[in-house]
Design a protein around this ligand. Structure first.
Ligand SMILES: Cc1cc2nc3c(=O)[nH]c(=O)nc-3n(C[C@H](O)[C@H](O)[C@H](O)COP(=O)(O)OP(=O)(O)OC[C@H]3O[C@@H](n4cnc5c(N)ncnc54)[C@H](O)[C@@H]3O)c2cc1C
Length: 309
């Protein structure tokens, strides 16, 4: 066994971290259902376990990558030669008046439902986004006219170089599918959101309506990582792809959805390589036809860390 892996297993267990897996098939931990094995994966149950796991990995020299629900993620067919840290165990929600504190691993749809039931409005937009709070802050996830930026007052982080800290308001650098967390090594631990009072029945009805819209418009019957490309200013990328004649176009089992051209779906046994080839073809066709460069929204994890697609 690779010495770095044995060192990690020993030092992590010395720190009391027990939930560690070896050779974890990332295809089972991403919504795209694509990706080879991660050498190591940790499922911390507390902030302390998370920071200890990252500290140990970095001291040994192993790459670390944070994953919430893996719903915006394309993992290499060769997997990952480091430690995947899953945040799902950090799952507490605290409510105080109109203020909600959610830890990074909280499921977004569950959060939307939970605040709706308590008569708090403002989080309906996130109902149906299949990620975690941490992933949503990182991506500034948004839908149906709102985004995390509109509700997130501040977010707490830990970084191996800076320790614990908080980013408030504009410090969070929210832009279209963008946040300050995309630069540097800060790990989101949780965030404080300010919502407003409303009628629980009406809020829940909005959630149901948005979920129905998703079912109607999105290819939820196939694995995917959501919209593959960012919107080009003033344009819907799905429409540009459709107008380029690529709806239904496939490379192997990776296909431009026939239901919504903004999604690349996995028709069965799609590989990362096929998705990357398809992304390249789409970008090239759009450039040839429209003269614009569209950008991928999906994060691509290579065997040694994240790279741009
Ligand atoms: C069917 C479908 C529909 C979707 N609809 C939408 C939509 O309407 N709007 C939208 O914005 N997105 C949508 N998405 C994409 C995705 O769900 C969101 O981007 C979501 O916020 C990602 O959360 P996650 O926990 O799955 O993050 P992951 O995919 O696990 O990670 C995404 C990125 O965030 C980083 N990250 C995750 N957690 C942390 C943390 N705690 N600290 C630091 N970095 C972290 C990861 O390293 C990675 O770079 C959709 C996806 C699918 C499959």
């Amino acid at each position: 066994m690779n010495k770095l892996i044995t060192d990690f297993l020993k030092e992590a267990s010395d720190k009391g971290i027990t939930d560690i897996k070896r050779d974890l098939p990332m295809s089972e931990y991403t919504t795209f259902k694509i990706g080879g094995n991660a050498d190591l994966a940790v499922f911390p149950k507390s902030r302390e376990e998370l920071t200890d796991a990252v500290t140990v990995a970095k001291a040994i020299g192993l790459p670390v990558y944070l994953v919430g629900k893996g719903s915006n993620l394309l993992v290499s067919d060769e997997g990952f030669r480091g430690v995947i840290v899953f945040t799902g165990g950090l799952d507490k929600i605290t409510l105080e008046g109109n203020c909600v504190y959610a830890e990074a691993g909280v499921n977004l749809t569950a959060l939307s439902r939970s605040v709706a039931e308590r008569g708090l409005s403002g989080h309906e937009f996130a109902c149906g986004i299949p990620g975690t709070v941490g992933g949503a802050v990182y991506m500034n996830a948004g839908a149906y006219g709102s985004e995390m930026k509109n509700v997130t007052v501040s977010s707490d982080y830990w970084s191996s170089t800076l320790g614990f800290g908080t980013l408030s308001g504009d410090e969070q650098g929210f832009g279209y599918r963008e946040s300050a967390y995309m630069k540097g090594d800060k790990i989101i631990l949780g965030c404080k959101m300010m919502l407003w009072e409303g009628n629980p029945e009406e809020i829940l009805a909005t959630c149901r309506e948005l979920l129905a819209k998703r079912r109607e418009k999105q290819p939820l019957e196939y694995p995917s990582a959501g919209s593959s490309f960012k919107r080009y200013p003033g344009r819907f990328t799905g429409q540009m792809i459709e107008e380029a004649g690529l709806k239904g176009f496939s490379v192997g089992d990776a296909q431009v959805s026939t239901k919504h051209a903004g999604f690349i779906v996995n028709k069965g046994r799609a590989t990362c390589r096929e998705v990357i080839e398809l992304v390249g073809i789409i970008k090239e066709k759009i450039f040839d036809k429209e003269g614009v460069k569209i950008e991928c929204e999906i994060r691509y994890l290579s065997p040694l860390g994240e790279v741009t697609l």
